[in-house]
Design a protein around this ligand. Sequence first.
Ligand code: ATP
Ligand code: MG
Length: 570
Amino acid sequence: MRMSQTLIPTLKEAPSEAEVPSHVFMVRGGYLRKVAAGIYSFLPLGWKVVQKVERIIREEMNRAGASEVFLPAVIPAELWQESGRWDQYGAQLLRFKDRKGGDFVIGPTHEEVISALVRSDVRSWRQLPLNLYQIQTKFRDELRPRAGLMRGREFIMKDAYSFHVDERDAEREYRKMYETYQRIFTRCGLAFRAVEADTGNIGGSLSHEFQVLTETGEDALVACDSCDYAANVEQAVARAPADPQTASEQCKRVPTPGQHTIAEVSAFLSVPPNRLVKTLIYLADGKPIAVLVRGDREVNEIKLRKALEVAELLLATDATVREVTGAPVGFAGPVGLKIPIYCDLEVQALADFVVGANEADAHLKGVNVDSDFKPTASADYRMAAGGDRCARCADGHLRAHRGIEVGQVFFLGTKYSKPMGVTFLDVDGLEKPAQMGCYGIGVTRIVAAAIEQNHDKDGIIWPVPLAPYEVAVLELQQDDDNVIATSKRLYEELTAAGIDVLYDDRDERAGVKFKDADLIGIPFRLAIGRKGVAEGVVELKRRSGSEVRKIRIPDAAALVAAEVVAERRV
Ligand code: ATP
Ligand code: MG
């Protein structure tokens, strides 16, 4: 592509709202322009990268035996009512009416549509298994769209859905997709980790997320430093302490005037936070409950909601806390409480701890489980944290990481097939619901994640497989016929060799061309200048390195083409 003939509007400055490198460089590099919050236009460079990601995904999904389909973005509400998600999905679901007053949504995900398709056309076990995927625009009315492509409202997803005669076959496909995802993200040149995950809005019983590890990631993860256990903190299992402590004190009221927070009470009583116990009041499907975790820990609301088997879990308002405990916020405790008490395993193992006294300006010391209060249940309700012992292996410890979720795989079981009647006639003549799996990849998010992992202060450093162009040919002097002829010749030779070349033939100074090539992030740069051409050489530089190699003009195209091809990872 001749740069003079396309639209690559590079900018010196990024808009002030762009904070993370991927957002900054995609705007400055002329990849992306904002249309509304979380809604973007892809310019030619941005769209080329998206297409490269899509191509890798298609090749690997097809290799795994899946078939591509294309489902509508606009979905009638009836399908969402059938699955129950019309009411459950909440405000992320963009709903609207057509001219006849019928309700519709713009698909944030497509379990309903695919289930409706398969139930009407698949009748027999002979037609299974089936894995159908699409690459398509999704819309989720995210509360806080952020970081450009990272969390958009409109974005592109690859979503696949598989249907099986039994659980065993669905699990086989789950493993196959897991491996396919590993191939896809490896080919995209990403450093990632598969982690155990919560099943969230999609539901089901088994799930892994594929997380690209970077500091700017939104998700908190823990990974064992010894075994391969890794999980989203939403999901991570916290190991129960090995030996319970033994009680030696009696429960005693102590005045703590004006000491509300863990830090304040800890300092005031000279007791470390891990010997204090937090009592949090929640409304679980509207009913008040108390949850106890150690003072240095946080409640994991996702685990808690699952353990209690409730749909809604809300932290109680100050007024409710006062009503339930008889004390202002900061002084709640389990002793004498009349509501169900859920006790984290660490608290269960603790002895002689400090809790609120359920009255203003007082705490209780020397408190013990069972002798001072009876928990309704004890289980793992806390957030796992870096430094914890691993719950899976004998001697590992968890480390905290941040990640960007680029894909997720789910074993769904019959969560959608039952309510939506996706059934088939089995060999034994019985009608059964299909076992399902679903598998998503954030296509546009991969683009952002790749930049988060591959950039420096000057711009993007694309891995070859995702680069919009593999080689930049920089024509450094516009007034020199030899420079122009050599540049054009190299551009044509490389293009003929099947290389994606961006030919900077613009009427710009050499400095501008160098800067833009760095910003855009093309992996190989061939600079053609007056002095070199006179000597019969051009200069080759990798975007990722600093070495500049002088190459004889007749050898240049073949040499560069060979280096590019070696890095394509097909
Ligand atoms: P998140 O937790 O980040 O909101 P999710 O778990 O709800 O995402 P899935 O339903 O698993 O998302 O969707 C599949 C993939 O689509 C995700 O792994 C992610 O890569 C991508 N994705 C989800 N939401 C967005 C978004 N708002 N913008 C860009 N990509 C997204
Ligand atoms: Mg997800």
